[in-house]
Ligand binder design. Structure first.
Ligand code: PEP
Length: 252
């Protein structure tokens, strides 16, 4: 009932020409894939060209951030309308790197989320605890704060369009993956939180992705868990070969 999503977060990697050649190769490699929503999120500069290169394919494009304002004196920012015109369908919000280094908070993520939803851009909202928080035993408190703060004030209709990515910070780019049991436990906790916010029916339909050193070798196991509906993938999304394997997780 929930279509799996495999989304690649390229972070600050690939120039426009590198991105376009990746896209042309990936397009052919995954042309036959059905029942998986495939998304790549390149840097802003490559969005329009990559969206052109992928037009008519089964791969959608997402941005890695957006501004909540519509237009005006906001140097360095990019609006929802700009992303839509560049060909974006999705936007990643509140990634832990943005929370840790660029000042994103639950409040700003919430404003960005509402701006995206107002205009039909599908948000992938990232939540997750640090190693210190996990070791202190406050994982659930942190996740609760991220989910309830970032998603505050949404209607049921809006909540249906939200995608959540659980990304334990200690697993991002470290090669350390959460075990499928650790991930499932938090995913179920998130789904129960959502159920408290908007009811079981809506929460049952929300896609919850796992992110943190997802690779072709571990995706199948993770995807076998009841509440893991896909992956948000950094490092392993940068090579067409490994991204293809991730997208085809259920064919192996
Ligand atoms: C990410 O950037 O969201 C991520 C999960 O990175 P990696 O897959 O490299 O851990």
């Amino acid at each position: 009932m929930r279509t799996p999503i495999i989304a690649g977060n390229w972070k600050m990697n690939k120039t426009i020409s590198e991105a376009v050649s990746f896209a042309s190769e990936l397009k052919d490699r995954v042309a036959g894939v059905k029942n998986v929503d495939i998304v790549i999120c390149p840097p802003f500069t490559a969005l329009a060209k990559i969206a052109d290169a992928l037009s008519g394919s089964n791969i959608k494009v997402g941005a890695q951030n957006v501004c909540w304002e519509e237009k005006g004196a906001f140097t360095g920012e990019v609006s929802v309308a700009m992303l839509l015109e560049a060909g974006c369908t999705y936007v990643i919000l509140g990634h832990s790197e943005r929370r840790a280094m660029f000042g994103d908070t639950n409040e700003t993520v919430n404003k960005k989320l509402k701006a995206a939803l107002r205009n039909g851009l599908l948000p992938i909202v990232c939540v997750g605890e640090t190693l210190e928080q996990r070791e202190k035993g406050v994982t659930q408190d942190v996740i609760k704060g991220h989910v309830q703060g970032s998603l505050a004030g949404l209607s049921e209709e809006e909540m249906k369009k939200v995608i959540i990515a659980y990304e334990p910070v200690w697993a991002i780019g470290t090669g350390k993956t959460a075990t499928r049991q650790q991930a499932q436990e938090v995913h179920l906790y998130i789904r129960n939180l959502l159920s408290g916010m908007c009811g079981k029916e809506v929460s049952d339909g929300v896609c919850i992705l796992y992110g943190g050193s997802v690779k072709p070798e571990n995706i199948k196991d993770l995807m076998a868990e009841q509440d893991i509906d896909g992956g948000l993938v950094g490092g392993a999304s940068l090579k067409p070969d490994s991204f293809e394997k991730l997208v085809k997780f259920n064919e192996r």
